[in-house]
Design a protein around this ligand. Structure first.
Ligand code: CA
Length: 229
């Protein structure tokens, strides 16, 4: 993941401080913003590992912030609302948030939800067979099939494909992919990922004609499409 920093966007300073307190005690780095219009530039620059987003914010409301962030990032988002009825409406809008919490909340519960979302989103792919569209991965045998034919992949290409396929349609930044493929502390170059992806695409295209299954999100990273574009 991008780091251990959690971003809180909340204009009620008291609430932000309490959340910050509990999250810091749980071992996270925390930054706070009070205005909605500060969030998008911040997320682009700092790539937090999770966003706690209040619905009612000055500048730009939480709903719009969520929509804007989802245009370029798969960062997990937990929305905070003041009214429980609001949650149904938000779910209906399919904003792409990962969880919802209603005020008043217990800070302990928020920490538990944060941990659960982080576990879910950043869980390493297990040893289950992965099948997305025409591509299948068999971790037990390290085999990969595209369009029913075997792909000959390097270990690095295999791990990249496994990571992307484990969360279809989620955008992975180059940094995340470097950490996952090369190990967390590896000082990799983003270009390395680009060249692995290029080779991976070439191999996939040999068996799968038509639109590519891996998309480039300009300036951000890559994602594996559950449905070809
Ligand atoms: Ca508010």
């Amino acid at each position: 993941m991008a780091g251990r920093e959690i971003l809180i966007a909340e204009d009620e300073i008291k609430i932000a401080e309490i959340l910050q307190d509990y999250l810091v005690k749980a071992g996270y780095q925390v930054s706070c913003l009070e205005r909605g219009d500060q969030v998008v530039p911040y997320v682009k620059k700092e790539q937090p590992c999770l966003l706690l987003l209040d619905l009612m914010l000055p500048g730009l409301d939480g709903m719009e912030v969520c929509r804007e962030v989802r245009k370029f990032s798969g960062v997990p988002i937990i929305m905070i609302t003041a009214r429980v009825e609001e949650i149904d409406r938000l779910l209906g809008l399919e904003l792409g948030a990962d969880d919802y919490i209603c005020k008043p909340f217990s800070p302990r519960e928020v920490v538990a939800r944060v941990k659960a979302v982080l576990r879910r989103v950043y869980a390493p792919p297990g040893d289950k067979t992965l099948v997305v569209g025409e591509v299948s991965l068999f971790p037990e045998t390290h085999q990969a099939l595209a369009g029913g034919r075997e792909l000959k992949l390097t270990p690095c290409e295999y791990n990249l494909l496994k990571t992307l396929m484990s969360h279809p349609n989620r955008i992975f930044s180059r940094n995340e992919l470097i950490n996952i493929v090369q190990g967390y502390d590896f000082e990799g170059y983003e270009r390395t990922i680009d060249s692995h992806i290029k080779n991976l695409r070439k191999k996939l295209a040999e068996h799968l004609p038509g639109p590519g299954v891996i998309s480039t999100i300009y300036g951000v990273g890559y994602k594996f499409n559950s449905q070809p574009r």
